[in-house]
Write a protein that binds this ligand. Structure first.
Ligand code: 9WO
Length: 255
């Protein structure tokens, strides 16, 4: 897998190349990163990449020219290696990024990630060069880089061999459409707060059941729309255990 990031701040990508799981995966040769700075493809002495918005208003807009030349260079470099040049633009106007989309991207050869700055990118560049626009949520950042970092991190950790414990990625939140259960480690009592007894019992069956119940409880409490979706998807294939747990949760909430 290879990511080509188009960015005015290539240094920011040290966060994934120099740290943690993504660094180890890079060292293992599981993925590659190349940065492309549109400032290197400007045609004026000041090397400016932005200009004032037509129609007026605050701030500046990234010009199409330097960005298109940069995207084209990244595409050419990928083509030489037989990789497709899908361009993803990270912006609050995009479709919400989901676990399902992360898994699709992780199964592919990566992408060109276009990171905007200032008030945005000239719309004609988006029309001409962007294949897909993705959002991490309904908030505004200073630029697309932090969102691109999140996308890279989410994809790379799904690559076979990226995680030490093979089970870790599979059991994560969202894999089954439920939120993760709570976690505890030593000490057994922290500031007067004990660890739930079942986790110390060594009874693996009870522990698994408790964790599933916590996941169901939390999802229903915190993300009712996720819970409804999970219920609809599982309605016809609920195990006896799941049916029983749902009954318990219903009874507990009526106390
Ligand atoms: C900045 C701004 C300032 C004053 C008035 C309006 C404004 N709009 C913006 C703006 O949206 N800037 C964006 C910064 C331009 C595209 C790149 N930027 C960005 C991407 N911010 N937030 C994201 C992002 C990407 C993915 N998921 C969530 C947020």
């Amino acid at each position: 897998m290879r990511f080509d990031v188009v960015t005015l701040f290539p240094e920011m990508f040290a966060a994934v190349t120099d740290c943690g799981i993504t660094r180890r995966a890079l060292e293992r040769g599981l993925w590659q990163l190349e940065s492309w700075n549109p400032r290197d493809r400007t045609e004026n002495v000041h090397r400016t990449v932005d200009d004032r918005p037509f129609g007026g208003g605050p701030g500046m807009v990234m010009q199409a020219g330097p960005l298109e030349r940069t995207v084209d260079a990244a595409k050419a470099a990928r083509e030489e290696k037989g990789l497709d040049g899908r361009v993803i633009y990270l912006s609050p106007q995009g479709q919400p990024l989901t676990h399902a989309r992360v898994m699709e991207l992780a199964a592919g050869s990566g992408a060109i990630l276009l990171c905007g700055r200032y008030e945005g990118v000239d719309e004609r560049l988006i029309e001409r060069c962007v294949d897909e626009e993705l959002s991490l949520g309904d908030f505004v950042l200073s630029g697309g880089e932090v969102a691109a970092l999140a996308l890279i991190d989410a994809c790379v950790r799904q690559l076979p061999g990226a995680l030490n414990d093979a089970g870790s990625a599979v059991e994560d939140s969202f894999v089954d459409g439920l939120l993760d259960c709570p976690h505890y480690t030593r000490p057994e009592v922290y500031e007067g707060m004990p660890v739930p007894e079942v986790l110390l019992s060594g009874h693996h069956e009870n522990i698994r059941r408790w964790r599933l119940k916590q996941s169901l409880l939390r999802t229903r409490e915190r993300r009712p729309e996720l819970f409804a979706k999970w219920l609809a998807q599982h309605a016809h294939s609920l195990s006896r255990e799941e049916t029983q747990l749902l009954r318990e949760i219903e009874a507990d909430s009526n106390e």
